[in-house]
Design a protein around this ligand. Sequence first.
Ligand SMILES: Cc1cc2nc3c(=O)[nH]c(=O)nc-3n(C[C@H](O)[C@H](O)[C@H](O)COP(=O)(O)OP(=O)(O)OC[C@H]3O[C@@H](n4cnc5c(N)ncnc54)[C@H](O)[C@@H]3O)c2cc1C
Length: 401
Amino acid sequence: MRTGIGEYRSGKQFGLTEEQIEICAHASELFKEKLYPLQQKMDDEDWWPEEAFREIAGMGYLGTTIPPEYGGQGLDYLTAGLICETMAYWNPTFAFSWLNSDNLVIDNIYRNGTEEQRERFLPAMCRGEMIGALGMTEPGAGSDALGSMKTNAVKEGDSYIVNGSKIYITNGPIADVVLTYVRTSRDMGRSKGISALLVETDQPGFRVGRKLDKMGFRGSPTGELFYDDCHVPTANLVGEENQGHIIMHSGLDLERVMSAMLCIGPARRALDLAIDHANLREQFGRPIASFQMIQSKIAEMYIALETARTFVYRVLDVCSKAQEEEYGRGHIHMLASAALFQAAKAGTFIMDEAVQIHGGSGYMRDTEINRLYRTTKVMEIGAGSQEIRRIIVASGLLKGH
Ligand SMILES: Cc1cc2nc3c(=O)[nH]c(=O)nc-3n(C[C@H](O)[C@H](O)[C@H](O)COP(=O)(O)OP(=O)(O)OC[C@H]3O[C@@H](n4cnc5c(N)ncnc54)[C@H](O)[C@@H]3O)c2cc1C
């Protein structure tokens, strides 16, 4: 079985440092041992391995981008992204849930939360004792999440009273804290007047609805959330009231570029599996790898992968060096969307070709390549679909970013 480590030994071609290469090599060995064997059961039984999450946290793989005083590792976004890629190579589903907690919630609280919120949530989250989810999408508010948002919060004394619902929320059924976007004003225009609240899931009025049955990423629990007169302390407001759109846009940029690694890792794995299969499978008396049409597929898969990968590394490097106020607008907004667009496009292309190379065996549900194929499609939909990403890129270019 390939380990992927060789990929990182050659990481110098991307200008990775010795330290980054070493971090990835170490992570790859660990994730291969601890996470790879869980894949099949997670997919078959839609099972979330809670203990493994704690174990990985205990080994220092949560809070990758936040400082050690809050329990994190203090890594830059590129290095954290490399860890994500490595995890997604061995177990994309685990990486999906991990990223939602590590980046969408932990990193967000660190960047936007008060000192009291940082101290209250971050160390426990970095130990894996609390898991985070992000609640933005609603039944009637998908691509137009801000403009169509109905979930609202009214301030009463030292609480916000939240009413509404969210849908398709990764980690929703298992989360301890949901960074929830709510409407707090209707007087500021349809995409403004939004606030970000840390809703602790043991608060009265919060309820998890259905756990949703997905075609891929099975094992990463996705659910509906309901807020019925849910009392959230005003101390749980993240950033300023009615300024949640800024937090959402900056968070989405980082989510997009980190999520691009959820495309790159599995695509690398699919290419490795396809090469192995092509070398082993014989038809017409010789390995199918000897046929030029199969070679052509493998070459195109590699080129698509490396093109996307190089671009994503570059954008992660830009994010690593950016100032907080640069996220969610301008050049980074455009780059993050472009990076995820390209990575998702490469990912679905590579999965399709990898299944083709596997022939009938690739169509069987219990094969690894089939699982990767089913999993990858959502990367063209979530965190702003391919269409929305194109709109952002075009709009950025037309504005001269
Ligand atoms: C597995 C999974 C996990 C998810 N996890 C989370 C999560 O943790 N938190 C969260 O908040 N959300 C989450 N989502 C929701 C995800 O972000 C939304 O599905 C996504 O934003 C698209 O919204 P929608 O599904 O309502 O599609 P719609 O907005 O209804 O879009 C349907 C189609 O119309 C296209 N479209 C829409 N507007 C335009 C336009 N202006 N121009 C051209 N085409 C357009 C879209 O691109 C798409 O192809 C998750 C979704 C899935 C499937």
